[in-house]
Ligand binder design. Sequence first.
Ligand code: GDP
Length: 195
Amino acid sequence: MKVNQSEFIISAVRPEQYPDDGLPEIALAGRSNVGKSSLINRLISRKNLARTSSTPGKTQQLNYYKINQDLYFVDFPGYGYAKVSKEQRFAWGKMMEKYLLQRKELKLVMQMVDIRHEPSKDDKMMNEWLRHHGLPLVVVATKLDKIPKTRRPKHIKIIKEGLGLRSGDLFVAFSSEEGIGKDELWEIISRHAAV
Ligand code: GDP
């Protein structure tokens, strides 16, 4: 997809703040620091629209980015960050859960994992939960450029097996640094958002 326009809309802390224009929404979920902001910036060919966070776990809201007049990227609070209280975690969890189960504009969840590591307990739980609820899902393995080419297939296999993906489940290996996987991911996004 050709992106002509992209803008940050809002950090929503309450559902009343979500946009009400009915455009399709694509959610990004994953651990803090997994590369969500970098992926958004790469997809829209901007250096710094989505803030790359040096302080993981700081995003406690749903960050809405509008792409052309076509769709929104909705950046989720990174899960699995140790230094927040249980109460805070619970509150985020509830907000995410409500959004994911009730938001009719939601067309696709991009679950992001770091290609370098085996999926964590949180990654596995999130993946199971999303599938259990039948949410449209693509798993995106980030930071592909950090793995030498010859070792990539092995890492991809570890991620797929760790999450129990089957053939036919959507999966993209991605590098924000080099742009690998960008076209493939846009194709999946466009198809789900019907744009
Ligand atoms: P977020 O917390 O999920 O939004 O993660 P960021 O996008 O802020 O990325 C966390 C760190 O990983 C930053 O230092 C990024 O520069 C780096 N990073 C993210 N994606 C990539 C990638 O594809 N390749 C490389 N080499 N570094 C990446």
